[in-house]
Design a protein around this ligand. Structure first.
Ligand SMILES: Cc1cc2nc3c(=O)[nH]c(=O)nc-3n(C[C@H](O)[C@H](O)[C@H](O)COP(=O)(O)OP(=O)(O)OC[C@H]3O[C@@H](n4cnc5c(N)ncnc54)[C@H](O)[C@@H]3O)c2cc1C
Length: 291
C-alpha cells in the first residue's frame, strides 16, 4: 500500500526541526529510520500531514562512552549497537537485544532513538533502557529536558514526548564494578517481534550480594514494563535461583499479557517467569557471581 500524501522536510539543524514540528501543531511526525512509521502510514494507522526527516542533522548518530556513561545519539542505527566494541564489552544487554531485532536490513535503517520513542510495547530496547536506568535527552521549543526511562512510557504508542519534541540522546549510567546485564527474548522465528522479552541488570557488592537491580519486560503490557518490585526483591540477596525465582514470580504478577497470534496470555505469563530467571542468571554470570 502507498502511504497518504505528506509534506517532507529534511532540516539540517535541531532548531529548524523543532520549529517545523511546532508549525504543524501535532500533525507532523519525526522520520528517523522509517521502519515503524512508514508501515503504520501505509496501513493508514497514522496520517501525518508532514514528516520531519532528522537524518541530515549532523552529530546525532554517535555511540561513545564518557565519564558519566554511555551516550547514544538518537539516529545511531540498531546495527551500530552490534558493531560497537564498547557496547559489547560494557553494556552487553544492548548487543543481546540488537542482535535479535528484526533482520539486518531493518537494523541498518532503524535507529536506537526511533526504537525507544515509538512506544511500541513489542520493541526490544525500551525494556533494556528501563533495566539500565537510562535517561532520554529531549529537545523542544523551550530547550532541553532529560526524562528518566522509568517515567517515559505511558501507554501503547504514548510517551511523555510532546509532538514538537525530538529525542536527541540516550544516556546510560557507567557500569560499576560487579555489574552484569542481559536481555532474553522468546520469538516465534528468528528476527520476529518478541512473544516475551526480559531485560535484567544486576550490581553485586563487595560481599557478592546484590546491591541493586533493574528489570524491564517487553510485549506483556500496554507498554514496556518497569518491574520495580521484582528488581527490589533482589537487593541484599545472594545471586542464585532462590532469589531469581522470587523476582520472576513478581515479574509474572506485574505482566498483563493478552492472547493473540503469538500465544495465549497464560503461556506468555509463564514465559515471563522462565525468561526472567534466564536473564538474571546470565546477568549474574556477567557480573562475576552467581550460578
Ligand atoms: C519487519 C520488521 C521487523 C521488526 N522487528 C522488530 C523487533 O523484533 N524488535 C524491535 O524492537 N523492533 C522491530 N522492528 C521495528 C524497528 O526496530 C524500528 O526500526 C523501530 O521500531 C523504529 O525505529 P525507526 O528509526 O525506524 O523509527 P521511525 O519508523 O522513523 O519512527 C518511529 C516512531 O518514532 C518517532 N521517532 C523516531 N525517532 C524519533 C526521535 N528521535 N524523536 C522523537 N520521535 C522519534 C517517529 O515520529 C515515529 O512515530 C521491526 C520492524 C520491521 C519493519
Amino acid at each position: 500500500m502507498i502511504p497518504p500524501r505528506f509534506e517532507y522536510f529534511a532540516p539540517s539543524t535541531l532548531e529548524e526541526a523543532v520549529e517545523i514540528l511546532g508549525r504543524y501543531g501535532g500533525e507532523a511526525k519525526v522520520l528517523a529510520g522509517g521502519q515503524s512509521l512508514l508501515p503504520v502510514m501505509k496501513l493508514r494507522l497514522a496520517e501525518p500531514k508532514a514528516l520531519v526527516d532528522i537524518n541530515r542533522i549532523p552529530n546525532l548518530s554517535y555511540i561513545r562512552e564518557e565519564a558519566g556513561g554511555l551516550r547514544i545519539g538518537s539516529t545511531a542505527r540498531t546495527n551500530d549497537l552490534n558493531d560497537s566494541d564498547v557496547v559489547k564489552r560494557r553494556y552487553p544487554i544492548l548487543s543481546d537485544a540488537a542482535a535479535v531485532i528484526a533482520d539486518p536490513l531493518v537494523r541498518n535503517m532503524g535507529t536506537v532513538g526511533g526504537n525507544v520513542s515509538h512506544g511500541d510495547p513489542a520493541n526490544d530496547l525500551p525494556a533494556c533502557m528501563l533495566a539500565l536506568g537510562a535517561a532520554f535527552v529531549v529537545r523542544g521549543p523551550k530547550g532541553t529536558r532529560t526524562i528518566p526511562a522509568s517515567s517515559f512510557y505511558k501507554d501503547t504508542f504514548v510517551t511523555t514526548l510532546e509532538p514538537d519534541e525530538i529525542l536527541t540522546e540516550i544516556q546510560i549510567p557507567k557500569p560499576k564494578a560487579g555489574q552484569g546485564n542481559a536481555y532474553e527474548k522468546l520469538e516465534k522465528r528468528a528476527g520476529d517481534f518478541p512473544i516475551v522479552g526480559v531485560a535484567a541488570n544486576l550490581i553485586l557488592g563487595a560481599n557478592k550480594k546484590i546491591e541493586s537491580a533493574g528489570i524491564g519486560l517487553t510485549a506483556v503490557g500496554p507498554t514496556a514494563l518497569h518491574a520495580k518490585a521484582a528488581a527490589d526483591s533482589l537487593v541484599g540477596q545472594a545471586p542464585g535461583d532462590a532469589a531469581f525465582k522470587r523476582a520472576a514470580d513478581l515479574a509474572m504478577k506485574l505482566a498483563e499479557p493478552v492472547s493473540d497470534l503469538r500465544g495465549p496470555a497464560e503461556y506468555k505469563r509463564a514465559m515471563v517467569g522462565v525468561f526472567a530467571v534466564r536473564a538474571l542468571r546470565t546477568a549474574a554470570k556477567r557480573a562475576g557471581g552467581g550460578a
